[in-house]
Design a binder for this molecule. Structure first.
Ligand code: MTE
Length: 315
């Protein structure tokens, strides 16, 4: 992955955001609306539209989130260019409505589903996660989404479905970055079925209470908080259940640098740099390096998924 120096910028406290959350919490406490009764009304919301009645999540990080400007202005989305500022500049050409997702492979209910079908029965939550990029920077992001496993279960995966593969849209007319052969398009990622069913894996439709900006992977992306950021595939158009370990974009491009698992692991260095520490985005030029945590801080929740697996060989 290309390296650009992190531009110094101040963390802007999102006062409006926190006020809204406080208002929401007191409204829930006062019984004005039940805490978990939100329908996924985001499906019909335009870019920048706000979700109503978001349920908050008890296990969210308490660190101050990065600003909306940082989260939506410094991105990796190679379909729109390889520089961090390219996606924010170029991703307006992505058409996110209408959107559909096809489901293939080892499942009882395959076919093509509209975004509205996908979202309708799910309750949207706000979850504040740390995103740890393989390039050794991190940020704190208030995502909006619902557990991936809740969706996958609806497709009735068969006993042969040991892995799940995800694909991003690949449309040259909408995505100028596809003219470059920096990756083999479409961008693809994969998880074991156990990883995909883990309640921390979040199918994500928003950030800061709003519909995802295109550069962050609208209208539907994955967030797997215990893995390096490149596993968190954007703008998903296909979900494929399979018995074989699926191919993944970064592993296809540089197999010695990026493995299938790609769990955040401070003890296993990238061949070209250490993964022991990270720099929080927005801390400015002199941001101190902070220790990277095993499984990005989620060891207690996810370490059991890897019992008996050699994490040095299975990087
Ligand atoms: N998904 C697609 N389709 N294309 C990409 O280039 N980049 C990945 C991941 N998902 C990428 C992608 C990488 S390297 C990271 S770090 C995260 O998206 C960045 O997510 P963010 O821009 O929302 O912070």
């Amino acid at each position: 992955m290309k390296h650009n120096s992190i531009k110094p910028s101040e963390i802007t406290p999102e006062k409006v955001f926190f006020n809204r959350r406080e208002i929401l919490k007191s409204a829930v406490a006062a019984g004005l609306f039940p805490a978990l009764a939100t329908q996924a009304d985001g499906a019909v919301l335009p870019p920048g539209g706000e979700f109503a009645n978001l349920a908050s999540w008890a296990d969210s990080l308490t660190d101050t989130p990065n600003s909306f400007e940082e989260i939506s202005g410094y991105n990796n989305y190679y379909e729109f260019g390889t520089r961090k500022e390219d996606p924010a500049r170029n991703a307006h050409t992505l058409i996110t409505d209408p959107w559909s997702v096809s489901v293939t492979g080892e499942a009882g209910r395959t076919g093509t589903y509209t975004l509205e079908d996908i979202l309708a029965p799910h309750t949207l939550q706000e979850r504040i996660y740390r995103l740890r990029c393989v390039e050794a920077w991190s940020m704190i992001v208030p995502w909006v989404g619902f557990p991936l496993g809740d969706l996958l279960t609806r497709f009735e995966p068969t006993s042969q479905a040991r892995y799940v593969q995800f694909f991003t849209l690949a449309d040259r007319d909408q995505m100028p970055g596809l003219r470059s052969r920096v990756l083999d398009w479409p961008y693809r990622e994969g998880l074991t079925i156990e990883e995909a069913m883990h309640p921390l894996a979040l199918l994500t439709v928003g950030v800061y209470g709003k519909v995802l900006p295109n550069q962050n992977g609208a209208p539907l992306r994955l967030i797997v908080p215990w893995k390096y950021g490149f596993k968190s595939i954007k703008s998903i158009v296909r979900i494929h259940f399979t018995s074989q370990q699926p191919r993944t974009s970064w592993n296809m491009s540089a197999p010695h640098e990026y493995g299938f698992y790609s769990n955040v692991n401070p003890n296993v260095d990238h061949p070209r740099w250490s993964q022991a520490t990270e720099r929080r985005l927005g801390g400015g030029l002199f941001a101190p390096r902070i220790p990277t945590l095993m499984f990005n801080g989620y060891a207690e929740e996810v370490a059991h998924l890897y019992t008996g697996l050699d994490l040095v060989r299975n990087y």
